[in-house]
Design a protein around this ligand. Structure first.
Ligand SMILES: NC(=O)c1ccc[n+]([C@@H]2O[C@H](COP(=O)([O-])OP(=O)(O)OC[C@H]3O[C@@H](n4cnc5c(N)ncnc54)[C@H](O)[C@@H]3O)[C@@H](O)[C@H]2O)c1
Length: 353
């Protein structure tokens, strides 16, 4: 029976991964770690509550994480834990550096001192920065060019992952970068659940600026399947040439090559709820330093590991909107606990411009 240590397990993607992992491997022993920050929600793990061990622990706390490794001796580690909201990172960047950079290194160090069979660090398309309008997409060879506090902290974590890969090649570390995810259990501070929950409460959807910021969208279950495949892939040793060619490192970009603007996402949500977009969408001041566009190419994952997305965008968007409509108790409990989650940039919080 394999022991999985999954961090960020009470967040959006981590919780979806734990649910799916227990479908794929019903006998797996799952240690679900989360410090229950802003995005952490124990209720996301309710469907599997009796089948996992939950540990409320900060991944940046080396002593606490080492103790978990000693107690549970994980075979496989998947590090989803991160502070993940670009808006919040602008208001309070330090927590992002702690979780996304220091936390990444502490997890790597724990896996070095208490060896595991495989260690996967989950990262994001956003470490590549903004894609020029005339460029097709980023690849694993693209330079890291993060420009927001969230993505810069993630990129710092990535650099540490690459350094551990190169310095300790026997550690069996893997790194993934994924496109924007959608699906159930996402905190209603992010675009899709914010849009649905606003409309269902009779409020308009705030679309930043012209809404033409373009994102690459993938269903969360496809992301989780890719993570699982990369975690278990039999990979060749890292070649010497990887020192100057990051395309040869065990890094895999994950995407369905499905680019949609934020405005189109908002329009789809309203339409799906049977309402008129022009009455339910309002353009509001953009957040500072907002990336216009990013898209990545998953060809390496497709050709080397045979992964393909299985979820069609349109029906899965409809199912996602329906999930939030049908799980009102879930999001009302979050809003009652955390308050309103949207940020009004016209108020220009201190230190931003
Ligand atoms: N959401 C996306 O579209 C997307 C896309 C690509 C990559 N990612 C990456 O996937 C991962 C998960 O993203 P998500 O959307 O589920 O985010 P999320 O914010 O919903 O969940 C992250 C979870 O990590 C926990 N966490 C944060 N810092 C922690 C710490 N120091 N110790 C323990 N737990 C901590 C939070 O409490 C939260 O439950 C992140 O690494 C993110 O960068 C997300």
């Amino acid at each position: 029976m394999a022991v999985y240590l999954v961090t960020g397990a009470a967040g959006f993607i981590g919780a979806n991964y734990v649910h799916l992992l227990l479908e794929w491997e019903p006998d797996a022993q799952v240690i679900a770690v989360d410090y229950l920050g802003v995005a952490g929600n124990r209720a996301n793990l309710d469907p599997v509550r009796d089948r996992i061990t939950f540990e409320q622990t900060d991944i940046a706390d080396f002593g606490a994480m080492s103790a978990l490794y000693r107690r549970y001796r994980p075979d496989h580690v998947v590090n989803f834990a991160a502070e993940s909201h670009n808006d919040r990172a602008i208001l309070a960047p330090s927590a992002f550096m702690r979780s996304n950079a220091l936390g990444a290194q502490v997890m790597l160090e724990c896996s070095r001192l208490h060896p595991v069979r495989s260690h996967l660090h989950v990262s994001t398309i956003e470490v590549y920065g903004e894609l020029p309008a005339d460029a097709q997409w980023f690849t694993e060879r693209s330079p890291l060019n993060a420009k927001t506090p969230y993505s810069a902290a993630k990129a710092a974590g990535d650099q540490m992952v690459r350094a551990y890969m190169a310095t300790y090649p026997d550690m069996n570390i893997r790194l993934t970068h994924c496109a924007n995810n959608f699906g159930p259990y996402q905190l209603p501070e992010k675009l899709i659940p914010l849009a649905v929950t606003n409309v269902l409460r009779g409020r308009k959807i705030p679309v930043y600026g012209d809404g033409l910021q373009s994102r690459d969208w993938l269903h969360v279950a496809d992301h989780c399947a890719a993570v699982h495949r990369v975690l278990h892939a039999e990979l060749d040793p890292i070649p010497a040439a990887a020192a100057t060619d990051p395309g040869l490192l065990p890094i895999f970009d994950i995407s369905a090559r499905h680019e949609v603007s934020n405005l189109d996402i908002a329009t789809l949500v309203v339409t799906e709820l049977g309402l008129a977009p022009e009455e339910w969408i309002e353009h509001v001041p953009d957040r500072p330093n907002h990336d216009r566009r990013y898209v990545i190419d998953p060809v390496k994952l497709e050709t080397e590991l045979g992964w393909r997305p299985t979820r069609e965008f349109a029906p899965e968007m409809a199912a996602t909107v329906a999930w939030y409509r049908d799980h009102r108790d879930w999001w009302e409990a979050i809003l009652a606990d955390k308050g309103e989650l949207g940020i009004d940039w016209s108020q220009l919080p201190a230190g931003t411009s």
